[in-house]
Design a protein around this ligand. Structure first.
Ligand SMILES: [Zn+2]
Length: 309
């Protein structure tokens, strides 16, 4: 399941304890998922379309418990959604529907659609967080924890986009607005702000998933760094052994190994016998055994002699 759907499922199941917050959330949801059909002064119907069944269920439940309205529910195959199911709610024209849309600040007192984020419903901090949750449920997208951070909410009107950014700002979050064809996108791009925004909306399981993913990635990077440095050490050791073998052969071909002192000759012979041994292993082959640094020291002297030939 895409991470966005996972987060939406989590948020849709969350029930705000206060009525004020549920009003704010429903207002944002209907704004983003719904379209109003205004046929006359007291003749307005509402139609919503969701790809996510949990989101549709949430709107249905909130309309019912806050206003005792029972919308008609239909599941349709939507060509727009590449044949995925579309969960549609219908509220037919009635004075009560007009009244509810006004209470939810989707229609102003003159029965005109409201474009901005309604101040009346988002004055409290608790409600502004709920409004953001509703907006995300309606038009949100969040990248997978393992991908570069990106969280956005897409809306149709610039006033709405600016309003959402201002709500986030009240919680210390810096959201940016960008125009995308016929939509406006409010977004954050840093991992920290993505996690803070998810936490603000109440998606705590999603935040935990982001964090455990970050810990795993950090651990994997640590293992890779260690393997890389071990590989580099090994490569250096192989290069050094090759050089020592070249030096020793050069001495053999010119003055002969007899030209070396017994101590140097011993180390040269053992290197020739064990071309792939580490310095430590070479030391262990000597009689009596030598430390790594003593072996290193003798090989340096061999190097100097070879260079002088
Ligand atoms: Zn509230």
């Amino acid at each position: 399941m895409p991470f966005t759907s996972e987060v939406k499922d989590e948020l849709a199941r969350l029930k705000a304890p206060r009525r004020c917050c549920r009003m704010a959330e429903l207002s944002a949801l209907l704004r983003l998922e719904g379209s109003l059909h205004i046929l006359g002064p007291h003749r307005v119907s509402l139609h919503t379309e969701s790809e996510n069944a949990a989101v549709a269920r949430k709107m249905f439940a909130l309309l019912k418990e806050l206003f005792s309205l029972t919308p008609e529910l239909r599941v349709e195959r939507a060509p727009r959604l590449k044949g995925h199911n579309c969960y549609c709610l219908f509220l037919g024209e009635s004075p009560q529907v007009v009244q509810v849309l006004n209470e939810l600040s989707l229609l102003d007192d003159a029965m005109r659609p409201v474009m901005e984020v309604p101040t009346r419903l988002t004055r409290r901090q608790c409600c502004s967080a709920s409004y953001l949750r509703g907006a995300f449920l309606g038009g949100g997208y969040v990248s997978r924890p393992e991908s570069p951070a990106h969280l956005e909410i897409n809306v149709r009107h610039p006033e709405m986009a600016e309003g959402l950014a201002r709500l986030a700002e009240r919680h210390g979050l810096d959201m940016h607005v960008a125009r995308r064809k016929d939509l406006y996108s409010v977004y954050v791009k840093s991992r920290g702000e993505q996690a803070d925004l998810l936490a603000l909306m109440g998606a705590h399981r999603a935040v935990l998933r982001m964090q455990s993913d970050a810990v795993l990635r950090e651990m994997r990077a640590g293992v890779n760094r260690r393997v890389n440095s071990e590989t580099a050490n090994l490569e250096r050791a192989v290069d050094a052994a090759q050089r020592q073998l070249r030096d020793i052969r050069r001495i053999e071909e010119t003055i002969g190994l007899e030209g070396l002192t017994p101590a140097l000759r011993e180390v040269a012979v053992i290197r020739l016998e064990h071309p792939e041994a580490s310095m430590q292993e070479l030391g262990a082959f000597m009689q009596p055994p030598l430390s790594k640094s003593a072996v290193h020291h003798r090989l340096l002297r061999i190097r100097r002699i070879a260079a002088s030939l």
